[in-house]
Write a protein that binds this ligand. Structure first.
Ligand SMILES: Cc1cc2nc3c(=O)[nH]c(=O)nc-3n(C[C@H](O)[C@H](O)[C@H](O)COP(=O)(O)OP(=O)(O)OC[C@H]3O[C@@H](n4cnc5c(N)ncnc54)[C@H](O)[C@@H]3O)c2cc1C
Length: 364
């Protein structure tokens, strides 16, 4: 039986980024159930970096990830992963409060009309968050997997963890067809986080997958490439330009789901279009495509990084909700230092690792 120091379950952005941080230091493998990595949440995101998103414990990870995404080291990537776009948070009455430190300014109606021509009159004001950017998600994910392999990591696709047991200081992990040994197991299984924990005999922490729908629409308006991300500050829709005449739109849905290959439902697509038509006066010409993915949240919607407080050595890297891409650089560095029991990297000294500890679910 092949043996590793660390076995990571899941080859999405969470598993790939953590694997890339540690593969040069300990014998590491990633097992991914699907034939290709990134087929679930990672390959279905809306692909933006928005600092105000997700509350203060997420914002601090997003902010700490920005430099890496904007200017990655040359040996990691030869191009930037961010493209500036800006975000406009629309409101009918009270302006939203953004987390401390997020740069923003108020847009009165006249300036709003210049940035989002055709915006309906009921949106009286807005907040502009200029730092919002698109992320090249496929490029980032591929770069992490490349680094993982270059540093000696082993990647196995079509390799699903069926069950695991721990004895004499070693996990024996039964896959579909073979078995592998590891000193430490990492749960980076996204929507499957609780089922993987249970299959390993660990207590689940109630990670809840929630479906979100995305629609690509062609609209009767051109010049949308640089349109800001436009959202309702009250959280009922968002859209951004995709090419010259199309947009990516979401009804901001959050529908409870089991772990699965999520697919969009007609009603959610119709809701998205209805909300879009109440936001701007642009004619909808065609639904070009639609998709859905699962955003998985811990009960307090803060991601979970750290060893399970109950032995054996089982490390949680889950609950990345709708922010797993934009936080990946800092979150993977933080998780790597916790996993290898090393000092927290200098650039992350504002971050309190305790906040993300799975121990918080064991206190009551
Ligand atoms: C519609 C949508 C929009 C989003 N927009 C954004 C955005 O704009 N910005 C942002 O930062 N984030 C966004 N997100 C969130 C982001 O996509 C996720 O937080 C992130 O992809 C989670 O990564 P992951 O690796 O944890 O999960 P996944 O990518 O789902 O990876 C988990 C992997 O584990 C594998 N697995 C499961 N069980 C097993 C097993 N037993 N054995 C082996 N492998 C297993 C699965 O096959 C899967 O590939 C969005 C998500 C959605 C759905």
């Amino acid at each position: 039986m092949q043996q590793f120091d660390v076995l990571i379950v899941g080859g999405g952005i969470a598993g790939a980024s953590l694997g890339a941080q540690i593969a040069g230091q300990v014998r590491t493998a990633i097992i991914e159930a699907e034939p290709h990595c990134g087929m679930h949440a990672t390959g279905r995101s809306a692909a933006f970096w928005l600092e105000s998103y997700g509350g203060p414990h997420v914002a601090v990870l997003s902010a700490a990830s920005r430099d890496f995404l904007a200017n990655p080291p040359a040996d990691f990537s030869d191009h930037r992963f961010l493209r500036e776009r800006g975000a406009v948070h629309l409101t009918q009455d009270v302006l939203p409060e953004l987390p401390e430190g997020v740069v923003s300014r108020i847009l009165e109606r006249e300036e709003l009309e210049r940035l989002v021509p055709g915006v309906r009159p009921k949106w009286r004001r807005a907040l502009l968050e200029p730092g919002c950017a698109d992320i090249d998600v496929a490029g980032l994910h591929a770069s992490y997997l490349r680094k993982f392999r270059r540093e000696g990591g082993t990647l196995a696709n079509d390799a699903r963890l069926e069950s695991a047991s721990f004895a004499d200081g070693l996990w024996t992990v039964r896959l579909n067809g073979s078995a592998v040994g590891a000193a430490i197991l990492v749960n980076a299984a996204g929507a499957w986080a609780d089922s993987v924990a249970e299959a390993c005999g660990m207590r689940p922490i109630a990670v809840a997958p929630k479906r979100r729908t995305m629609v690509q629409l062609r609209v009767g308006r051109s010049g949308l490439r640089d349109l800001p991300l436009v959202d309702d500050a009250a959280g009922t829709f968002y859209f951004k330009g995709e090419g010259d005449r199309s947009i990516w739109l979401s009804p901001h849905d959050e529908i409870e789901s089991g772990p699965c290959d999520a697919a969009p439902e007609e009603i959610d697509i119709a809701t998205a279009i209805d909300r879009f038509e109440k936001a701007v006066d642009w004619p909808v010409e065609a639904v070009e495509r639609s998709w859905a993915g699962l955003r998985s949240f811990a009960p307090d919607r803060v991601p979970v990084y750290g060893f399970d407080p109950v032995s054996p050595p089982f490390f949680w890297c889950v609950g990345q909700g709708g922010f797993g891409i934009q936080t990946a650089p800092a979150a993977s560095q933080l998780a790597a230092s916790l996993l290898l029991r090393r000092e927290q990297p200098a650039g992350l000294d504002r971050i309190d690792a305790q906040v993300y500890s799975p121990g918080r679910f064991y206190r009551n």
